[in-house]
Design a binder for this molecule. Structure first.
Ligand SMILES: Cc1cc2nc3c(=O)[nH]c(=O)nc-3n(C[C@H](O)[C@H](O)[C@H](O)COP(=O)(O)OP(=O)(O)OC[C@H]3O[C@@H](n4cnc5c(N)ncnc54)[C@H](O)[C@@H]3O)c2cc1C
Length: 373
């Protein structure tokens, strides 16, 4: 039996970042079922930091993380974590109401004319663009560097990461959680459930009813840019209805049809239909003829019923902590979620840059779903 103060289940960005923060003052074990961390949602994202994306609670968490990504703590990473890239919403004439709603919800967004959109991104078909909204706080994230930075920090603080250790059982006995994983047994008074699409399955191992977390499949693909066109400075381009988006990605154009297909927790694979949908929406907007898809992939974005994050102890089971519902924002918000987790589990105040997370403790608490079930 291996003992620890805290066991974190799942070494995606959520579990790895929380484990690193918690390990500053506790003996922490991080259990991952796959052979390497970040294999599921974390390794499949579009790797974008969009301060303007999601509901207010999501934007507030994301906003706190900007400084961390721009200037990470000493020794966290040798490479740039956030490479500046603006964010733009674009709209056809029939989407004017959506543009107005977006700007009303987020007054920091700057209104653009059709001409201003086309000046930045001269790829749209004639008369497609009616207007846009713009903000300059976005950027491309180096997801692998962020994940590896947290794992290094975790190990430096004495944390133990065990890959190929799928948690198979979980029960509370004599004031401790006892787990079996990878043929070994573990015990700790506190368990952090950061299992991404599998969080409700982990709860059921612990004998708890689910919170109703929904894994939704999202597809991404890359295509070549039009010959001779310099796309390197294009913003991240989001359709005003989020029917699709596209952005430059290592010399190619990354496109997503912004699909949200309900799925069981699994190793998600791209469906041909969704890939074709992404190509079709991009072709309709641009008039381009896409002959070849260079690569495609899919991952599960897991949402709570109200699409806000879930972080907090389960009032039904002592020492069982939920760190879930990262949806489409789990990378860009991870440092803030990790700081909140440390505060809620160990009582340490978040660093000043993350102070805003304290305002949202009730909004992200799992209790909001448990009362209704
Ligand atoms: C196409 C796509 C585009 C995206 N774009 C962005 C973006 O631009 N910006 C952004 O911030 N976010 C984006 N996201 C969302 C982001 O990827 C997720 O919110 C984030 O990765 C979730 O992290 P996680 O750690 O909760 O989940 P995961 O990365 O899935 O990690 C959960 C881990 O738990 C492990 N696990 C499960 N069950 C067990 C068990 N029984 N025992 C041990 N381990 C277990 C899994 O193996 C997995 O490694 C995107 C997602 C997709 C799919």
């Amino acid at each position: 039996m291996q003992s620890a103060d805290i066991i974190v289940i799942g070494a995606g960005i959520a579990g790895a970042s929380a484990a690193a923060e918690l390990a500053a003052n506790a003996d922490v074990v991080l259990l991952e079922m796959e052979a390497q961390p970040g294999y599921h949602a974390t390794g499949r994202s579009a790797a974008y930091f969009a301060a303007a994306y999601g509901k207010k609670v999501v934007r507030d968490f994301t906003g706190c993380c900007e400084g961390f990504f721009r200037q990470p703590p000493e020794g966290f990473s040798d490479v740039e974590l956030l490479h500046p890239r603006d964010c733009m919403f674009f709209a056809r004439a029939d989407q004017e109401a959506q543009l107005q709603a977006l700007q009303q919800d987020n007054p920091a967004l700057v209104r653009l004319t059709a001409g201003e959109v086309l000046e930045r991104v001269p790829v749209f078909a004639n008369d497609y663009i009616h207007g846009g909204l713009y903000e300059s706080r976005g950027g491309d994230l180096d997801v692998d560097a962020i994940l590896q930075g947290y794992i290094r920090l975790f190990r430096r603080r004495g944390g133990r990461l065990l890959a190929a250790h799928a948690v198979m059982s979980l029960c509370r006995e004599s004031g401790c959680w006892r787990l079996t994983a990878g043929g070994a047994s573990f015990e700790a008074p506190v368990v952090i459930n950061a299992a991404g699409a599998w969080v409700d399955r982990i709860a059921s191992l612990a004998g708890l009813p689910p919170l109703g977390m929904r894994p939704l499949r999202r597809t991404a693909l890359t295509v070549a840019p039009p010959a001779g066109m310099d796309i390197s400075d294009w913003p991240n381009m989001l359709d005003a209805d989020e029917d699709f988006y596209f952005k430059p990605e290592a010399g190619h154009i990354l496109i997503s049809p912004a699909d949200e297909t309900p799925s069981e927790p699994c190793d998600a694979q791209p469906d041909d239909f969704d890939v074709a949908l992404g190509v079709d929406r991009f072709e309709r907007a641009t008039g381009l003829d896409i002959r070849r898809v260079i690569s495609s992939w899919a991952g599960l974005r897991t949402f709570a019923p109200d699409r806000a994050f879930v972080a907090g102890f389960d009032p039904r089971a002592e020492g069982f902590f939920w760190l879930a519902g990262q949806g489409g924002y789990g990378i860009q918000s991870a440092p803030a979620m990790a700081q909140l987790t440390r505060f809620l589990v160990q009582g340490f105040e978040p660093d000043p840059a993350f102070g805003a997370v304290r305002e949202h403790i009730a909004a992200v608490a799992p209790d909001r779903f448990i009362e209704q079930t």
